[in-house]
Design a protein around this ligand. Structure first.
Ligand SMILES: NC(=O)c1ccc[n+]([C@@H]2O[C@H](COP(=O)([O-])OP(=O)(O)OC[C@H]3O[C@@H](n4cnc5c(N)ncnc54)[C@H](OP(=O)(O)O)[C@@H]3O)[C@@H](O)[C@H]2O)c1
Length: 291
């Protein structure tokens, strides 16, 4: 099978690359691309890529992910998170490629108090969330063979993320204030990458079954950003004075959901997976992380 991965220098893309490199069965061919090889906003490039390569699965790990910056760059955010998704979906439809697109908990307003299911309605509170919601619709509208996976609070040993920021701050700041009134679940991008590869295997082995639709995936458990930071310091024996603060005390250009825990029942049942607790996955990355 030929599998295209876009945005493969990002957190999720890099974790996919790492897993594929470690695979002993190399029967599938992966095209790992980022903006230099395949700019997904460029229609001519996207068209040519699909014409020249017979793609069975397209994993769209590319995105505009700068949540706060998006408030001032809505046009760029839309071109990557909506328009480019439409371009990919159109080509997937034309070439009968299965489209796996990644979305976010930020499509919800966060005013709930129970884990969000796939049936909950969008109500994004930020430009980033708005573009990701529109991207989901662009995918579904343009190709029937689509899976959307919404995830949350992604971190990895690659790229920039909350874990790395906390480790960096711990070296310079005697006291760190972290928001304690936003609740969600951290997700190790390596776990998500593994699930995506598993989903591709299941779809390929069960061609008569219909798997299209939206799925939620994060690690198990619930945390505030404060809990997340606390665990990062505790697991690294870092004696940092950690102070819980409110969202009001840490204003950001983009509004974030106060509660965005995702209900993962559907993905677990459909694909027969077990999901590690966020603390377990977090612990596993520290030997791998560069400081
Ligand atoms: N990060 C999170 O906390 C989080 C939470 C929930 C959901 N998600 C979703 O999960 C997915 C993966 O996120 P991530 O954290 O792995 O993202 P990431 O680290 O920001 O990676 C995205 C990659 O896409 C590339 N890219 C940007 N514009 C492109 C273009 N026009 N053509 C091709 N590639 C392009 C980026 O390159 P540059 O770096 O050069 O721009 C980057 O390498 C995204 O759909 C995101 O919305 C992320």
């Amino acid at each position: 099978m030929n599998i295209l991965v876009t945005g493969s220098n990002g957190q999720l893309g890099s974790e996919l690359k790492k897993l594929v490199a470690a695979k002993t069965d190399n029967s599938d061919h992966f095209f790992f691309t980022d903006i230099e090889e395949l700019n997904i906003t460029d229609e001519t490039q996207v068209k040519a890529f699909f014409e020249q390569n017979s793609i069975d699965f397209c994993i769209n790990a590319a995105a505009y992910t700068a949540v706060d910056k998006a408030e001032n760059e809505p046009t760029i955010a839309r071109s990557i998170n909506v328009e480019a998704v439409r371009l990919l979906a159109v080509q997937c439809q034309r070439h009968r490629s299965f489209f796996i697109h990644i979305s976010t908990d930020y499509v919800f307003d966060g005013m709930g108090y129970l884990p969000y299911t796939e049936e909950n309605l969008f109500n994004p509170q930020s430009i980033y969330g708005e573009t990701k919601a529109a991207g989901e619709m662009a995918a579904i509208k343009n190709t029937p063979e689509t899976i959307i996976i919404r995830t949350s609070w992604l971190y990895s040993t690659f790229g920039n993320n909350f874990v790395k920021t906390m480790l960096r701050l711990a070296q310079t700041k005697p006291e760190i204030g972290v928001v304690a009134d936003q609740i969600g679940t951290p997700t190790y991008a390596g776990d998500l990458a593994q699930v995506i590869l598993h989903i591709i295997a299941v779809i390929s082995e069960n061609k008569d079954k219909n798997f299209v639709g939206t799925y939620h995936y994060s690690n198990e458990g619930v945390a505030s950003w404060y809990d997340f930071a606390h665990a990062i310091f505790e697991m690294n024996n870092l004696k940092v004075k950690l102070k819980p603060i409110s969202t009001k005390e840490y204003p950001t250009p983009a509004r974030r959901p106060a509660y965005s825990v995702l209900d993962k029942s559907k993905i677990k049942k459909t694909f027969g997976i077990e999901i590690p607790h966020w603390r377990e996955s977090l612990k596993s990355i520290f030997p791998l992380i560069d400081r």
